[in-house]
Design a protein around this ligand. Structure first.
Ligand code: ADE
Ligand code: ZN
Length: 315
């Protein structure tokens, strides 16, 4: 039924690799690494995937990531995601990874990076999927810790294209990271940031003006500020929108309230992405399918959204 959506060539521009950890793989890695889990089985874990807001999700997401210990674990995680891309005709991906989620547990930065990067390189060769990797800072941690992470990353500078900003948005405005983003840009890295997911339009302004971002991750609250909307349209700044994520995290009460098609018709360069597909019920095709089912997205709109994703690539 959704074959035509699956068949559209697409890029994915908003995907957290740690958020693609399916419960089955999570249990398999726990067994391999001899880690006791607080859930009895896959079904019990899946039934915990009910969230009232971003923070409730993040608490479970960071707990789940604890099973990732070795270079092979990070390789297997990334490879499983790339197989999904292949099955859904995602021909290019620009995934995020959160090094601090792992280095704070004592996993060396290079273990994380080597596993992820090797899978991405193999994905280019064996699956024909091109990529650009984005190192994302956790905004609930300090500026100093972000600087430390950037320093750890610099010996591997060529492995990334950009830095990003994710985790708990409210109370952690983009300005907190202006200096570390300046430093990243001085190293030739591009910048993106989550803004306007739960946070107000002011956070989107700051991300644009202070962090000099190329794309806004989420950005759905831009619609509350007409001057901001005009800027986003005039400058054709892409938004990486994640419809299933937004309904699972109660940013919108119901998919029928989602504003992505309204934005598209106003001329905003919106794209469709999965964010944390293992937790939110689907990969890119399922996100497109939700727009078709609940918002009456037309074939022409779907094609424009897919084309936007290819146009909004950083590399
Ligand atoms: N980390 C993983 N998914 C996220 C989201 N949707 N918002 C902020 N941080 C995240
Ligand atoms: Zn995200």
């Amino acid at each position: 039924m959704y074959d035509w959506l699956n068949a559209l060539p697409k890029a994915e521009l908003h995907l957290h690799l740690e958020g693609s950890l399916e419960p089955e793989l999570l249990f398999a890695l726990a067994e391999r690494n001899k880690i006791a889990l607080p859930w009895n089985n896959v079904e019990a874990l899946r039934s915990a995937y009910a969230f009232n807001n971003l923070q409730e999700f993040l608490d479970l997401y960071y707990a789940g990531a604890d099973v990732l210990r070795t270079e092979q674990d990070f390789y297997d995680l990334t490879w499983a995601y790339l197989l999904k891309c292949k099955a859904q005709n995602v021909i290019h991906t620009e995934p995020f990874f959160d090094p601090q989620t792992h280095t704070d547990r004592g996993i060396p930065f290079e273990v994380v990076l080597r596993g992820i990067k090797q899978a991405l390189v193999d994905g280019e060769k064996q699956l024909g999927i091109s990529h650009g990797l984005i190192l994302s800072f956790l905004r609930h941690l300090s500026e100093e810790e972000a600087f430390k992470t950037l320093e750890q990353a610099m010996p591997f500078r060529d492995a990334f294209i950009a830095v990003g900003l994710d985790s708990s948005e409210m109370g952690h405005p983009p300005r907190k990271f202006q200096r570390v983003f300046d430093k990243a840009r001085s190293e030739g890295l591009l910048t993106v940031a989550h803004a306007g997911e739960e946070g107000p339009p002011e956070y989107i302004w700051e991300a644009l003006d202070l962090l000099k971002i190329e794309r806004i991750d989420h950005g759905v609250r831009a619609i509350e500020d007409e001057r901001l909307m005009q800027r986003i349209i005039d400058e054709q700044i892409p938004l990486t929108v994640c419809p299933l994520s937004n309904t699972k995290l109660c940013v919108f009460d119901d998919m029928r309230q989602h504003n992505i098609l309204q934005m598209l018709e106003r001329g905003v360069k919106v794209t469709v992405n999965s964010d944390d597909p293992a937790y939110f019920g689907g990969y890119v095709t399922e996100n497109f399918a939700a727009l078709y089912d609940s918002l009456g997205m037309t074939q022409e709109q779907a094609k424009r959204l897919a084309q936007n994703s290819l146009d909004a690539r950083l590399v």
